[in-house]
Structures are given as C-alpha cells and as structure tokens.
Write a protein that binds this ligand. Structure first.
Ligand code: GUN
Length: 291
C-alpha cells in the first residue's frame, strides 16, 4: 500500500498562496477577505468552520465569522447574504452546509454573488465548470485534482470511477476529470448502481464520496489503482478523548498488503478542501480588485 498523505500537498499550496498574497498586497491591494456563515451548531460543521478560520488567519486574510441560531429564518439568512454581496470589503462568501431543515439550501446558494462564490456552488459557477469556462471550482474536487497531480497520478486516457453524485463532490469531480486536459473516462455511480464492483474493478482511479464507512474494501480495487477517500465519518469510540474516531468511506486497513495507492482519513483530502478555499478566496480578491 502507498499512503497518499495530503498534509505536505496542502502545505505546498498554502505556501504558494502566501507568496502570491505578498505580491498582491505589495501592489497596494488590501488582504483578501472571507466571510463564513454558520447556521446552527452541527459539531462537524463547527470543526470545519474553525479550520477555515484558522487557515485564513495563518495567511493574514481578513475573516468575518457569522454564527446564526439554528432557528434562523431563511429570509434573515438571505438578507445577510445580500449585505455580504454588497460589501466592498468582502471578497469571498461561504455558507457552511448542511443548513438546518426549514431553510431552502438551493435558494440560499443561488443568492451568493457568483464572483464571491468561493465554494463554487452557485449554478453560475457549476454551469461554467460544466462548459469548460473559467469558474470557481468546488474546493474538495479541486483539491483532489491537485493531489493526483502532486503524486504523479495520470488521469488522461484512464478509467476513473466516482462513487457519489453530490453537487459538492461527485458531480463537479466528474466534470473536472472529463475536462479537456484531464481527459479521463469517467463513470459516476450512485446508490442505485446495480453492481458497484463491476465499475470499481475496471477503474485506474476510484474517488469514493458516498458518505458511508465501508463502501469499498480492497476486493473492489484492482492492482496498481489509486483510491481517493472523501468520506469523513464519525464512529463512536469510547477509548477516544472526543468519544469518536474518524474513518473514511474505504476500509483503509484492508489495503495494507495491496499494490494500491490510497489517501488516509484523517490526513487526506479533507486537508485540501481548506487550502483550496484559501486559493479561491485569493482568486476572488484578485478578480474583484486586482490591478
Ligand atoms: N459542507 C461539507 N463540505 C463543504 C464545503 O466544502 N463547503 C461548505 N460551504 N459546506 C460544506
């Protein structure tokens, strides 16, 4: 097994952002700024939002945090987004998902100005990605492309199977991989897929973003293939200080004696999501007010 750790990949990206930011501010621009909106107190979301804030702080970015009650009304959230869209000192807006029940997620995302949509979730940015135009690309799929590149894992002409079709990971992942330049042959599986193994055993690269531990194990993967595990599942574990441990969607230990490259959880592509968000925030700042 070859472990594709992402710490050094994420650090390399952050270092490059740091240098580009120095050039940007050296030209007389103020630092990039990111507004993060969290509604409710979902523990995983709170952790992600904290990591995003820490990364922004470490790069010297301006960071505005909005913590709204779980019973916030949709119209109040929309009003906040309108305000952030209009503010000149906000380059990027991120609304942490999932949103509480009772709030229409599509409506909220659609309200974010596409030029501040650093998550790349708006219909404008996803549509632009689909037709191969310049767009903000969702952070996790973008980070996965960066990881494949870092480890020299070729996509061109190869079979890639994506498990999961979410708007956040599966769909944009498939779009990126099929783009001219990436040139992969892409299969996208979902919960209704009849024989998952049939599609994974023929894959050179498997991206598993199903949200369920144990979605695949080593019997689903051919020799020489790479597995990118996007799952972040909390498993109750009384022996841990926090009462849980994290595991991916792939049964990591089953690959120990196999000729397979695999990203771990934690320490895998989750780290890339945060650094790509910082890259998108810098891009937003450059596009909005770069000289
Ligand atoms: N929830 C899970 N992943 C993400 C992400 O990349 N961005 C936002 N905003 N919410 C998420």
């Amino acid at each position: 097994m070859r472990r594709l750790g992402c710490r050094k990949v994420a650090d390399a990206v952050l270092e490059s952002i740091r240098k580009r930011t120095e050039v940007f501010t050296g030209e007389g621009n103020s630092v990039p700024s990111l507004a993060v909106v969290l509604v409710g107190e979902d523990p995983a979301s709170m952790t992600y939002v904290r990591k995003k804030a820490e990364a922004a702080a470490s790069l010297g970015f301006m960071h505005f945090q909005y913590n709204l009650d779980a019973d916030t009304e949709e119209k109040d959230l929309l009003a906040l987004i309108d305000e952030l869209n209009a503010r000149d000192d906000v380059d990027g807006i991120l609304v942490q998902l999932p949103l509480p029940k009772g709030i229409n997620t599509d409506k909220v995302i659609d309200r974010i100005a596409p030029e501040k949509d650093v998550d790349g979730f708006t219909p404008v940015n996803l549509g632009r990605l689909a037709i191969g135009k310049d767009a903000f690309v969702p952070c996790t799929p973008k980070g996965i492309m960066k990881t494949l590149e870092y480890y020299g894992i070729e996509t061109s002409g190869r079979n890639v199977t994506v498990i999961g079709r979410s708007n956040i990971v599966g769909k944009p992942m498939a779009l990126l991989l099929m783009q001219r330049g990436a040139d992969a042959t892409v299969t996208v599986c979902n919960t209704k897929t009849k024989d998952l193994k049939e599609h994974t055993l023929s894959a050179d690269i498997i991206i598993v973003a199903a949200g369920h531990p144990g979605t695949i194990d080593s019997s689903y993967v051919k020799d020489g293939a790479a597995v990118i595990d996007v799952g972040v599942n909390r498993i109750e574990d009384a022996s841990k200080e926090k009462g849980f441990r994290l595991t991916g969607d792939a049964d990591y230990d089953s690959f120990t004696d196999r000729d397979v490259s695999i990203t771990p959880v934690p320490g895998g592509v989750g780290l890339m999501t945060v650094s790509m968000l910082m890259e998108n925030t810098l891009e937003a700042a450059i596009r909005r007010r770069g000289k």
